[in-house]
Every structure is written in C-alpha cells, then in structure tokens.
Design a binder for this molecule. Structure first.
Ligand code: HEM
Ligand code: PLO
Length: 473
C-alpha cells in the first residue's frame, strides 16, 4: 500500500498536460468519445493522469462488471472534486459522498424513503399521471405550432419530483418554479464543464465566472430548501409521512439522540433527489422525442402497439408495462445509445485491488466508460443504429442483456432507478397514445450528438405536436 503504481502492467498515457488540454478544448472530443477512441490505441483498459490523479479507464463490460459488481465494495469510493464539494457541502449527499459507514446508513435511509413512495404504492403513479395529464392539455393548445419541448417537459417532471420530495406542486406561472428551473439549469451548465471527470482542480485558485454562477445558483437553492425544511419541521408528525423530506426527518430522528445524519445531510439529500430527478428524466425524455423524430417508423410501431394493447378509451397505467414491450424497448434503446451519464460518476478504489488481473492501488480513480460499453461492436450489432428490436427476443418479449447498464450497478447503483423507469414509462405511453410528434416543416431534425456536461443533453430543437386522428381528446 502507499506505493505509486508501477505502470508496467497497465498501459499508461504519457503526455498529461497535452491530455489535459485535449479534454478542455471546447471543440474537441467530449470525455466519453475521447476515452473510447484512446481505447483503440491503448486497449480496453488503460491508465492516465488527470492532473495529479492516477486514473484508470474501463472501456469494456468484463472489467466494468468487476468494478461495479464483483468487487463493487472495493471500488465504492468517490473522489473529492472542487465543484461537487461545494454543491454537496463536502459530500453530505449520496452521489458525491465518499464511502463511509455514515454514507452507507444515509443511502439506506434514502432508499427506504424512496420505496415508501415508490412502486409498491399507487401514490407515485397518481402523482405522475396528474402531471402528464396537465402536460397533455398544454401540448394540445400548442398543436400544429413549432415548439421547444424542454420547458413543458421540465415543468411536468419538476412538479413530479416536487410532490415527491416536498409534497407541493407549482402552477405554470409560479415565480418559485421559474427560480427552481433556472438554478437547476445554472448548476447543470457549470458544475462539470468537462463532465464529472474533474479536470479543473485549479478552479479553486482562479475563481472564474462559472464558479461564481455556480455559487449564486447554490445560494438560491439553499434559500428555497431552508424554507421547505423549516416548514416541514414546523408541521412534522411522526404518524403522517407526507413526502420524502418527512421520511428523511423521521429517519434522522429515529436513528438516535446523537444522530449523525445532520440537517445538512437532510437538505443535501432533498436537493440531490430534486436535481437528479429533474435533470435525468427530462433529458431522457428529450432524447426519446429526438430519436422518434429521426425514426418515424419507430413511432408508428409504438402507436400501433398502444392501439392494440390499450386502445383509446382509457389511459395507460403501470400495470400495462408488460403489455408494451416495444415501447419499453424503445426507452431502453434510447438509454443505450445516449446514456445520461456516459462515464458514470468516477469511482475510487478503497483498498489495493485489481481489474482484469492488473494491480490497482488504493486511491486510484476509476472511470467506467458506459458509452463504450453501450457502443461495443462485440456486443451490439451496428451499435450506432437506433434499433429498439435489439431488446426483443424472437417471441417479442423484452429482455435486458447484462451489458446494458444505464443506471450503473452494485453498491453505487442509481437510487432513483425504479422511480425513473416508472416516470419514463408513464410519460412516454401517455404522450404517444395521444400525440404524433414530427419535425415542423422547414425545421432541421434534432442534433443527435448532444452537449456533454454533468449529463449528456440534446441541443434544443423544435417539434410539432398533433393529436392522433380518431381520438376524441
Ligand atoms: C447515480 C443513472 C434517474 C438519483 C446514478 C448513476 C447513474 C445514474 C449512471 C451513477 C452510477 C455510478 O456512479 O456507478 C440514472 C438515469 C436516470 C436516473 C439513466 C434516469 C433516466 C435518477 C433519479 C434519481 C437519481 C430520478 C432520484 C430521484 C441518483 C443518486 C445517485 C445516482 C442519488 C448516486 C448513487 C450513489 O452514488 O450511491 N444514476 N439516474 N437518479 N442517481 Fe440516477
Ligand atoms: C443536477 C442539477 C442539480 O441542481 C444538482 C444535481 C444534483 C445531483 C446530480 C444532478 C445535478 C445531475 C445528475 C446526477 C445527480 C446525481 C446522480 C445523477 C449526476 C448536478 C447521475 C445521473 O449520475
């Protein structure tokens, strides 16, 4: 332990200043593509220094399985990164907190609170359906006009998460809703310009305008959260758990007098559930619509499946999931071809360990390149092609191959996975039962490369919505 890695066994990139600059060049490859292309020179598993940090890049499923699952516990650490430390009050959240017994207990509490409102209960379904219904009526008023779907989708998703976390929703023109959407956007745009692979440790030394903006957004967030927390504390009752914030407060209180889960932890968790809940789901839905505009034949098939399985007399519900394998496969295909976090969040080795038989010293950062796994020609036929059928077996049943991991896996797997799947299913099925989405005449098709930051987002685009014929809406 403690010895520097001898790069003897693992190919290690030599010229780090050069790489650093490559990563930070705005018009150059984003990290997931750069790491994938470096793999062609250095092999699937290689090391490099990002600033002073010895970092191993994992590009194939076999090695990812070791890191996430087989030795998941040994790789369950997180690095300290300048911007995420500020965002999470030095890791008092789940996603950016390093491994510790407190983190474990905290994560378990969050997980339990999520399940309380999750699939087991019909509560969540009711919440989501209410918001989708509003979204549909909003879309209807825009029928035929070119429209940027982002604000409408984001508001609907924000309201779902808001109900879940704080037990409240916003009317369309509530200034607080605008404040929330603005601070979220601000954080997303500044938190990790080169992705979560934090290659700008010098941000701290040379505060720049991004850092300033990030701090301003965090201030807005904190004021809002403090208010919600105080309101909840004032009306708290251990008998009636109204929302996630109540569940967290309850967990905090029941874990003993000197609970080490502080108010800061509660606040950061609520903030994170809120942020993660909004950004990931909105982004995925925007990718879904973008790919449907590019692939109208896929949209036709979804419409057909919905007509056959659900009809037009009732709205889809969670119980219909098994009946709509093509729709589910389309959602999977979108998450394969454009994973929201193409390089996950970096992991850290908590002890000396190994990957693929190569020695990995304690403290090594590990970047799991999910993009390259989801585009590996060894596993996927024509990986660049959008083909929902690849998730269907010969009998038309949906299946999910082990090397499809949009939510990660193991001890650091996404805590919002079931919530996200539920939301995506209900949003997509309702929207597509009612509407046809198309490119407005004269408008370009959406760009499919996207912009890489903390999440891989599509560039804004316009679409046009029309109610499906033969339906009395
Ligand atoms: C972590 C994907 C939605 C909360 C992650 C990770 C991925 C991911 C890839 C990192 C795994 C790793 O580093 O190994 C997604 C996708 C989503 C989604 C594709 C939607 C389409 C959500 C939602 C929430 C959420 C809705 C909460 C409301 C979290 C949290 C973590 C996380 C708290 C950190 C877990 C940890 O570090 O222990 N997610 N996520 N995610 N996600 Fe999600
Ligand atoms: C989104 C913007 C919010 O204001 C803050 C925030 C918190 C948690 C982050 C989330 C952002 C982006 C998506 C992340 C999530 C934690 C886990 C999730 C990174 C930055 C994923 C998909 O890994």
């Amino acid at each position: 332990a403690g010895r520097r890695p001898s790069p003897g066994s693992l190919p290690c990139l030599p010229s780090l200043p050069l790489l650093g600059s490559l990563l930070s060049l705005r018009d150059d490859l984003p990290p997931h593509l750069l790491f994938t292309s470096l793999g062609r020179t250095y092999g699937d598993l290689y090391a490099l220094y990002l600033g002073p940090h010895y970092t191993v890049v994992v590009n194939n499923f076999r090695h990812a399985r070791e890191v996430l699952l087989q030795r998941g516990k040994e790789f369950a650490g997180r690095p300290k990164m300048v911007t995420t430390e500020i965002l999470s009050r030095e890791g008092k959240d789940i996603a950016f907190a390093d491994y510790s017994p407190l983190w474990k207990c905290h994560r378990r509490l969050v997980h339990a609170s999520f399940s309380m409102f999750g699939e087991g209960t019909s509560k969540l379904q009711t919440i989501v359906c209410e918001e989708v219904a509003t979204l549909c009526s909003n879309l209807l008023t825009m029928a035929g006009k070119p429209l940027d779907p982002e604000p409408l989708l984001m508001r609907a998703v924000t309201n779902v998460v808001c109900t879940l976390v704080f037990g409240s929703t916003y009317q369309p023109h509530d200034p607080e809703l605008k404040a929330v959407m603005d601070y979220n956007t601000g954080i997303v745009q500044t938190i990790a310009r080169g992705g979560l692979v934090d290659i700008f440790p010098w941000l701290r030394i040379f505060p720049n305008k991004d850092l300033k903006r990030l701090k301003e957004c965090i201030k807005v967030r904190d004021e809002l959260l403090n208010r919600k927390l105080e309101e909840h504390k004032a009306s708290y009752s251990s008998e009636d758990t109204r929302d996630l914030l109540d569940a967290l407060l309850k967990g905090q209180r029941s874990s003993g007098e000197e609970s080490s889960i502080t108010d800061d932890h509660v606040l950061m968790t609520a903030a994170e559930a809120f942020g993660a809940g909004v950004e990931t789901t909105t982004t995925t839905l925007l990718w879904v619509l973008a790919f449907l505009l590019h692939n109208p034949e896929v949209q036709d098939k979804i419409h057909q499946e919905l007509d056959e399985q659900i009809g037009r007399d009732r709205m889809p519900c969670l119980a219909d999931r098994g009946r709509l394998p093509y729709l589910e496969s389309t959602l999977s295909e979108v998450m394969r071809i454009r994973p929201v976090t193409p390089v996950l969040i970096p992991h850290v080795a908590l002890q000396d360990t190994s990957i693929g038989g190569h020695y990995i010293p304690k403290g090594t950062r590990v970047v799991v390149n999910m993009w390259s796994i989801h585009h590996d020609p060894q596993q996927w036929e024509e990986p660049e092609a959008f083909k929902p059928e690849r998730f269907l077996d010969s009998e038309g049943h949906r299946f999910s191959p082990p090397y499809f991991l949009p939510f990660g896996a193991g001890p650091r797997v996404c805590v919002g996975e079931s919530l996200a799947k539920l939301e995506l299913f209900l949003f997509a099925s309702w929207l597509l039962q009612r509407f046809v989405f198309s490119t407005p005449p004269g408008a370009p098709l959406p760009d499919l490369q996207g912009r890489f930051g903390v999440v891989l987002q599509p560039l804004s685009y316009t679409l046009s919505v029309s109610p499906r014929p033969d339906r009395a809406v």
